[in-house]
Design a protein around this ligand. Structure first.
Ligand code: SF4
Length: 61
């Protein structure tokens, strides 16, 4: 997993942080943590991408 980002439109539901707290932090909206280990958390990231209710999480493998 090379890159993960949040496109505009996050509704701050908290699902991504619940699934992968090592990667996502939801404050005003969801943010990708700067020191997140994307490789080690690749499966959780994919699960978060699939679970976001407004489909704003994007990733590049
Ligand atoms: S799952 Fe989607 S809508 Fe919910 S906090 Fe994460 S990015 Fe935002």
């Amino acid at each position: 997993m090379k890159k993960v980002w949040i496109n505009p439109g996050c509704i701050s539901c908290g699902t991504c942080e619940f699934i992968a707290p090592e990667v996502f932090q939801v404050t005003d909206i969801s943010h990708v943590k700067k020191d997140a280990d994307l490789q080690a958390n690749a499966e959780k990231i994919k699960q978060a991408v699939a679970s976001c209710p407004v489909s704003v999480i994007a990733c590049q493998e």
